[in-house]
Design a protein around this ligand. Structure first.
Ligand SMILES: O=C([O-])CC(=O)C(=O)O
Ligand SMILES: [Mg+2]
Length: 289
């Protein structure tokens, strides 16, 4: 099955010799551009999913159905493997299992399940975590939800900046023991913390946003980091471009004089126009002009 190959490619990144940076993708066009530019992996963040689908902030308002549908659109458009941020799995451990089923069917190469308490609890401003034991149950349920064993399941925790390094290590070790394929960390503040986490665990590591001192790929590689995220600049760039374009049009600039638009060549590539032409010739018969 084609999805299996994508999952094997993600596995070979995790088991490979170096750390890579994924391209942030969020729709059919962005995944194709990332694929054409040679990215090995697409990252579909929960924050950009919320923005792309709802135009909302990253506060777990998006539903599993909406997330999975957006993933499906991307896997239909390109073969680039995608790692999906599945947040807390949209409920308790049983919901996590369902989340894995839906994202697997939608063509995700891998997904992360985190132990953050989501959505935000009543009367609590600070981010909270679910108990470690509940996190373990979620990881087990995620693994149980796979029907394709090549789908990559990652256990994620932001504990380092919420409850501290010791708790982050305890959680990472407990999740590792469930049989997840990789560990995903956010909130690691410095090299010493990463080194302690790396020394205490065995699985490949994926790093969410990291401070400047942790951007060198050879250093990260040496700490068993295999995927290092670098935010979601493409979505921000697209927002700015739409803003500038609408503003210019509103101010009376003529469409022909607009700056910064995709060339017809780039647009044609992004919509795989050549493939459509071939299919038209093959399936629509001789075409009169
Ligand atoms: O997955 C990522 O890139 C970081 C994250 O949690 C999000 O953007 O929602
Ligand atoms: Mg997220």
């Amino acid at each position: 099955m084609a999805f299996r190959q994508r999952r094997e490619r993600l596995r070979s990144i995790l088991n490979g010799p170096t750390c890579i940076r994924p391209g942030s993708v969020y729709d059919a066009t962005s995944i194709r551009i990332a694929e054409d530019l040679g990215f090995e992996l697409g990252m579909f963040g929960g924050s950009v999913a919320s923005l792309a689908v709802l135009g909302d902030p990253d506060i777990a308002l998006i539903t599993l159905t909406e997330l999975a549908e957006q993933m499906r659109r991307m896997s239909r458009a390109a073969a680039l493997p995608v790692l999906v941020d599945a947040d807390h799995g949209y409920g308790n451990a049983l919901n996590v299992r369902r989340t894995v089923q839906e994202l697997e069917a939608a063509g995700a190469a891998g997904l992360t399940i985190e132990d953050t308490l989501l959505p935000q609890a009543f009367g609590q401003a600070a981010t909270q975590l679910i108990p470690l034991e509940e996190g373990v149950g979620k990881m087990k349920a995620a693994l149980d939800g796979r029907s394709d064993s090549s789908l990559v399941v990652m256990g994620r925790t932001g504990a380092a900046s919420i409850t501290g390094l010791d708790d982050a290590i305890a959680r990472a070790r407990a999740y590792e023991a469930t049989g997840v394929d990789a560990l995903f960390f956010t909130g690691i503040k410095n090299r010493a913390e990463l080194e302690a986490i790396s020394a205490a665990t065995k699985l490949p590591i994926v790093l969410g946003g990291a401070p400047e001192e942790m951007t060198a790929l050879d250093y990260l590689t040496g700490q068993r980091v295999r995927i290092a995220l670098q935010g979601h600049a493409p979505f921000a760039a697209a927002t700015q471009a739409v803003y500038e374009t609408l503003k210019a049009l509103r101010e009376g600039v003529s469409p022909k004089s607009l700056k910064g638009l995709a060339s017809s060549e780039l647009t044609g590539r992004a919509m795989r126009e050549a493939d459509t032409k071939e299919r038209s010739a093959a399936f629509l018969g001789p075409q009169k002009s």
